[in-house]
Design a protein around this ligand. Structure first.
Ligand code: CMP
Length: 140
C-alpha cells in the first residue's frame, strides 16, 4: 500500500551552488508539504551506512566521498502517492535522461552529482526518514 511520505536530500553540490531555495520552491510548488528539514554534514560512516545497499557497486567509494564532502539538506515530504510523485518530480538518475521540468534536468551536473535524492519505495522511505530524523523533529 502506498504511504504518503518520502525522504529527500538536496545533495552537497546543489547546496554548495546555492540551489537549496530554488529546489525547495519546486518541491513546494509540486504540492509536497515539508514535515521535517535540516542542514547537516554527513560523516563518511553515515554516508556509507545510508548507501550500504550500493556497497558492491563500483561507484560506492566515490558516492561516500561525495555525499560526505559538504552539507546536505535532508527533508521528510508528505503528499498523496509521495514516493512515486517525488521520483517523477526529480527525474532520471542521469540528468541526460531526465525530462524537461524535472529537478535533475535543471540542477544535476552528472549521474553521480545529481542534485537530489528521492526514496525508491515506501519501505525505504520509512527507513531513510528514521535514519535522519527523530520523532520530535517531525511536525504533526
Ligand atoms: P541516488 O539515486 O540518490 O542514489 C544512488 C546514488 O549513486 C545516485 O543517486 C547517484 O548519486 C550515485 N550513482 C548512481 N549511479 C552512478 C554511477 N554510474 N556513477 C557514479 N555515481 C552513481
Amino acid at each position: 500500500m502506498a504511504t504518503n511520505r518520502t525522504f529527500t536530500m538536496i545533495k552537497p553540490e546543489a547546496v554548495a551552488q546555492g540551489n537549496t531555495g530554488k529546489i525547495t520552491d519546486m518541491i513546494i510548488e509540486a504540492g509536497f508539504k515539508i514535515k521535517a528539514m535540516k542542514l547537516k554534514q554527513l560523516t563518511k560512516e553515515a554516508a556509507g551506512e545510508f548507501y550500504a545497499v550500493h556497497k558492491e557497486r563500483p561507484f560506492y567509494g566515490e558516492l561516500v566521498e561525495y555525499m560526505s564532502g559538504g552539507p546536505i539538506v535532508a527533508m521528510i515530504l508528505e503528499k498523496e502517492n509521495a514516493v512515486a510523485d517525488f521520483r517523477k518530480l526529480i527525474g532520471a538518475t542521469d540528468p541526460a535522461e531526465a525530462e524537461e521540468g524535472t529537478i535533475r534536468k535543471q540542477f544535476a551536473t552528472s549521474k553521480a552529482e545529481n542534485a537530489v535524492h528521492g526514496s525508491d519505495s515506501d519501505e525505504n522511505a520509512a527507513i531513510e526518514c528514521d535514519f535522519h530524523f527523530s520523532a520530535d523533529e517531525i511536525v504533526g
